[in-house]
Design a protein around this ligand. Structure first.
Ligand code: GLN
Length: 309
């Protein structure tokens, strides 16, 4: 169904867009530098299948860290909660998403949660399949199912750009390999992880994924269950406690919804039983979250009482 552009939503976008000038697009992954910092778009999907949007919602962006929620869901389906959390913890870190420091401080070493890079790499390591290609196809097919769009693909350019420059993620992997958290070839794992992060879509696709999480794993228009309710519940809990990296506490106070951001400027939101939300605004604040995207969510939350708390 086509998404209706909404005047009310557009007013919020115009208001939030003023903040793009205080942010900066990510540049540590060279291919992400090409984004236009002034962009801001949003789509909202409701359980009856209706959708409203504002901004240039045709623009595509890569999932980056948003993919961490999706691979967490798939790893929980593949391996079960007990196995996953033997290798990765439940706790927020208070550190930047790519920090290595807590890996050394915890004994035995274990990434504190699945939303930081170390934890996400450990989770991607758990995705089952006969080969890297096979495991990637499983991730991509799962994303396509969640988005209800079999055309979702990945950006080879962004994947390659990150693969060639992710020295910090390589360090995290080698550290974890030394401590027995992962035991596969690091280059292969990074190949898989960078492709997962480079899966590309627009706000509408992202909002539909948010809706499945919001509806506890069921796509409400087809009534198809895509993941167990328990898996959706665990993922949403991590979105609340760790979804905005080390800005998650402030986000919980100001907005109060399960959400996850990525350095491409995407934010997925899953408002329990109400709607799914997809935002794209590539200008980031210093913690790596979409600066205007956060503002947009704050305005929406205040205006429409979205906070769960
Ligand atoms: N692919 C990115 C990385 O590993 C994802 C980080 C992010 O979106 N915060 O650095």
């Amino acid at each position: 169904m086509p998404c209706q552009s909404s005047e009310k939503l557009n007013e919020v976008v115009i208001e939030a867009k003023k903040f793009t000038k205080y942010g900066k697009v990510a540049d540590y992954i060279p291919a992400l530098k090409k984004a236009n910092p002034n962009d801001l778009s949003v789509a909202i999907y409701q359980p009856d299948g209706t959708c409203i949007s504002a901004g240039d919602i045709k623009k595509k962006f890569t999932l980056q860290s948003i993919s961490k929620v999706i691979t967490l869901a798939l790893a929980l389906i593949d391996c079960g909660e007990k196995f996953v959390f033997k290798k990765v913890g439940y706790e927020p870190t208070g550190d930047p998403f790519n920090s290595i420091v807590k890996l050394e401080l915890n004994n035995p070493s274990k990434p504190l949660n699945p939303m930081i890079n170390a934890g996400a790499l450990a989770v991607t390591h758990m995705i089952k399949g006969h080969s890297i290609e096979d495991r990637f196809i499983r991730i991509l097919t799962f994303v396509q199912e969640l988005a209800g769009n079999s055309n979702v693909a990945y950006s080879q350019e962004v994947a390659k750009s990150e693969f060639e420059s992710s020295f910090l993620n390589r360090s995290l992997c080698y550290f974890m390999k030394q401590h027995g958290i992962i035991n596969e070839d690091v280059e292969e794992l990074l190949d898989l992880y960078t492709k997962q992060c480079a899966i590309e879509m627009d706000c509408l696709d992202l909002a539909r994924i948010g809706l499945v999480f919001a509806m506890n794993g069921v796509e409400p228009t087809t009534k198809k269950r895509i993941m167990p309710a328990e898996v959706a519940r665990i993922c949403k809990t991590f979105m609340v406690t760790c979804g905005m990296y080390n800005a998650s506490g402030e986000f919980a106070v100001r907005v109060g919804i399960p959400a996850k951001s990525g350095v491409s400027g995407g934010i997925i939101g899953a408002i329990p039983h109400r709607f799914g939300l997809g935002i794209f605004g590539p200008a980031l604040d210093e913690k790596g979250n979409s600066i205007a995207g956060l503002k947009l969510l704050e305005i929406l939350s205040t205006k429409y009482s979205l906070s769960m708390f």
